[in-house]
Design a protein around this ligand. Structure first.
Ligand SMILES: [Ca+2]
Length: 320
């Protein structure tokens, strides 16, 4: 007589298969995720390479956030992280926007792109641009992949402080070289073109070619400077880690004597600085800030309603 399987035997076989599947499926999932990580790393390295080439074509300055992805014009496949849904799963580091590549002194630790959500709810108005850690999307087993300014890619823990952009925040367009003032009268207040210049100007303030007019000496850095007419203001918003910093810059006045004051989060910081008609280096007192976004700026001082102008160049955040 032919004997079939008993119910017990069938159940034992099913249980063994279930145990084996339980052991193997996570192995398969991990192997699949490894493949996706490799593809994501490759994508971001290609983006980083394209960004370097784009910077080289623009006098060694990284693109401003608003024009970065359009400038690169990469194929859709390169923008898609295989572990996530968005058509573009990557974010460009806003800290690098408009910055001279020469200012990136630690390119292996400054990220250029990272896995991130592409919504703009926490990021101002520019999609796929990184402003804060809330935008990271750690879909690779709880980590993110990033490409760095030296072109290497790496899987990294999102808690890593490198996502604040380095030991001191880099100001964008710190030497006021964008936009290029090549047409008469060689200055604009405010500049009509905002591409690659991150400063906000209020009052009669703008960017001038060094030596253009009004007792403006040759620029101490590059070709251009900022100018603050009367009580004009120039300021920039930056991400800063909690800590103590100071501002360094070079400044002078036009043909009539002038003063300027440093603005920290919109408030005057320290006493007004009296300028001479030759560019000289200045340094602020040390200030301490909380983690987050801060506004660093300068304001001219309207002494008597006459044409007092302060010129400014080569602004940097430094450690005390
Ligand atoms: Ca300059």
């Amino acid at each position: 007589m032919r004997r079939g399987f008993t119910l017990i035997e069938l159940l034992v076989v099913i249980a063994i298969i279930a145990v084996l599947a339980g052991l193997l499926f996570p192995v398969f999932a991990r192997a699949r995720e490894k493949g996706r990580q490799a593809m994501c790393t490759s994508n971001q390295k290609q983006i980083a390479m394209a960004a370097q080439m784009d910077a080289q074509e623009h006098e060694d300055h990284y693109a401003v956030p608003a024009s970065f992805w359009g400038d690169l014009n990469l194929p859709a496949g390169v923008l898609r992280c295989p572990s996530r849904d968005p058509a573009n799963g990557y974010q460009y580091n806003s800290d690098l926007g408009g910055m001279s590549t020469a200012k990136v002194t630690e390119p292996s630790s400054i990220f250029l792109t990272v896995d991130g959500n592409s919504d703009t709810s926490s990021a101002g108005s520019v999609p796929n641009v990184y402003y804060n850690t809330g935008q990271l999307d750690p879909k690779h087993n709880g980590s993110v992949i990033a490409a760095f300014a030296d072109g290497h890619g790496a899987l990294t823990n999102p808690a890593d402080t490198l996502f604040y952009g380095g030991p001191v925040p880099a100001l964008c367009n710190s030497g006021f070289e964008y936009p290029a003032e090549t047409a008469d009268p060689l200055y604009e207040a405010p500049p009509a073109t905002t591409a690659r210049q991150h400063w906000a100007f209020t009052g009669t303030a703008g960017i001038a070619r060094g030596g253009s007019s009004q007792g403006n000496p040759a620029a101490p850095e590059g070709q251009q400077v900022a100018f603050l007419h009367k009580d004009g203001v120039v300021k920039q918003c930056v991400i800063m880690r909690a800590g103590s910093y100071k501002l360094t810059f070079k400044a002078c006045c036009g043909s009539a004597s002038a003063k300027l004051t440093i603005l920290l989060d919109e408030h005057p910081f320290g006493s007004a600085i009296t300028l001479t008609n030759a560019f000289a280096p200045y340094s602020s007192d040390t200030f301490t800030l909380e983690n987050g976004t801060h506004t660093l700026g300068f304001q001219g001082i309207d002494i008597d309603g006459t044409d007092r102008i302060a010129y400014l160049d080569d602004v940097a955040v430094a450690l005390p």
